[in-house]
Design a protein around this ligand. Structure first.
Ligand code: 5GP
Ligand code: ZN
Length: 118
């Protein structure tokens, strides 16, 4: 079910424009508006789940999101070179949008992740 106030629900519905990379019955993948790597795509479940834990309560859809992330990597031609899949959760991780989303990052050598500047 969609949440009327949710940015990513609006993107899935097409009410806010996005650059689609991949879609399936249960997922939608689009380019991040503020890319942190040459390839930076967000994969969201079409159903509104607030965070990764809520999405984990629907294991089939969680698996679909991860499979879609790998499909994105193949489509973007970064599968062999390697890529990173990330769920941010909570303030320390800098999470800003409350519709579960998987970041797909790659296309260049990525830095270490953890503390700022590392
Ligand atoms: P978070 O920090 O919550 O894990 O990730 C949210 C991501 O959504 C950020 O990387 C941010 O750049 C991206 N984002 C925020 N608003 C929009 C938007 O309107 N369109 C797109 N394509 N990405 C967005
Ligand atoms: Zn939503």
């Amino acid at each position: 079910m969609a949440d009327n106030d949710c940015l990513f629900c609006k993107i899935i519905a097409g009410d806010i424009p996005s650059t689609k990379v991949f879609e399936s019955d249960t997922t939608y993948a689009f380019r991040d508006i503020n890319p942190q790597a040459d390839v930076h795509v967000l994969v969201v479940p079409r159903t509104h789940y607030e965070d990764a834990e809520a999405l984990a309560g629907a294991p089939g859809e969680l698996a679909d999101v991860i499979s879609a992330g790998v499909a994105v990597a193949k489509r973007e031609g970064i599968e062999e070179a390697g890529f990173r899949l990330v769920f941010n959760t909570g303030e320390h991780a800098g999470r800003t949008v409350f519709h579960a989303h998987l970041h797909v990052l790659g296309g260049e050598q990525l830095g270490m992740f953890g503390r700022p500047g590392h």
